[in-house]
Write a protein that binds this ligand. Structure first.
Ligand code: ARG
Length: 261
């Protein structure tokens, strides 16, 4: 009996060993694959910039949102989007709170001191918006000495500041949200809003009744949007550039573009 149970134990141990070995081989491989497939990409945006990014009943929508999700899918990442002030995006990359920022962010040399940008994914530029009954502001030259509004931390805001430098009587009002700047323009609190053309055009198209129009030519027309990563994060940059190239090649980029524009 004793002998038998010892043998039984030995057989049991051999089986246990075999199962452990098999158990290690199979599931670990799958596990590793799972891990790759479900890597999380933490993406920051400022979701008040339609049609690039907006929030509707808690969901992130827009061209940029579809774009980053498509890149994530292509590269085996689950994209997790966080909303923050536009001005907070670059610092958040610096403190590793997010891995990437996509927010209609123009590739500018001053920003390139603290972040790296992917290849450009969209051409934009600035435009002036005024009230319909305004016939004094027709171009950038006419902005001097007026009340201007823009979104905090944007190229539009930087432009307004440069006008104020030329003419200190210019008033610059800065809003965290571009929608609030338009509201202020609608009600007469400011004379003009300086903002990215595609976003101002979208505002005018979507707003049911507006007394705002665009004037003049698009300026700062060399602006191109890029996805930003922490400076020196080459691995992340390569991953995003590769994904961007893949969705350009497989038609997904065009599909997303045609959905929004
Ligand atoms: N393109 C402009 C910039 O880079 C404005 C971007 C604003 N984006 C946003 N999601 N609010 O400064």
């Amino acid at each position: 009996m004793k002998k038998f149970s010892r043998l039984f134990l030995a057989v049991l141990m051999v089986f246990a060993l075999i199962f452990t070995a098999v158990g290690c081989g199979g599931p670990t491989e799958v596990g590793e694959q799972d891990q790759n497939q479900s890597q999380v990409l933490r993406v920051g945006t400022n979701a008040s910039f339609p049609p690039f990014e907006m929030q509707e009943s808690g969901e992130f929508l827009g061209f940029d949102m579809d774009l980053i999700r498509a890149i994530g899918e292509e590269q085996g990442f689950t994209v997790e989007i966080k909303h923050m002030d536009f001005k907070a995006l670059i610092p958040a990359l610096g403190n590793d709170k997010i891995d990437a920022a996509i927010a209609g962010m123009s590739i500018r040399p001053d920003r390139q001191e603290s972040v790296d940008f992917t290849e450009p994914y969209f051409d934009a530029g600035l435009i002036i918006a005024v009230r319909n009954n305004n016939d004094t502001i027709k171009s950038t030259e006419d902005l001097k000495g007026k009340k201007l509004a823009a979104q905090n931390g944007t190229t539009g805001a930087a432009y307004c500041d440069s006008v104020k430098k030329q003419d200190p009587s210019t008033v610059v009002r800065i809003f965290d949200d571009i929608g609030a700047a338009f509201m202020e323009l609608e009600k007469g609190g400011v004379d003009a809003v300086v903002n990215d053309l595609p976003v101002t055009a979208w505002y005018l198209k979507e707003k049911e009744s507006t007394n705002v129009k665009m004037v003049g030519e698009v300026f700062s027309a060399d602006e191109q949007y890029g996805i930003a990563v922490k400076k020196g994060n080459q691995e992340m940059l390569d991953m995003l550039n590769e994904g961007l190239q893949k969705i350009r090649d497989n038609g997904k980029y065009d599909e997303i573009y045609n959905k929004w524009f």
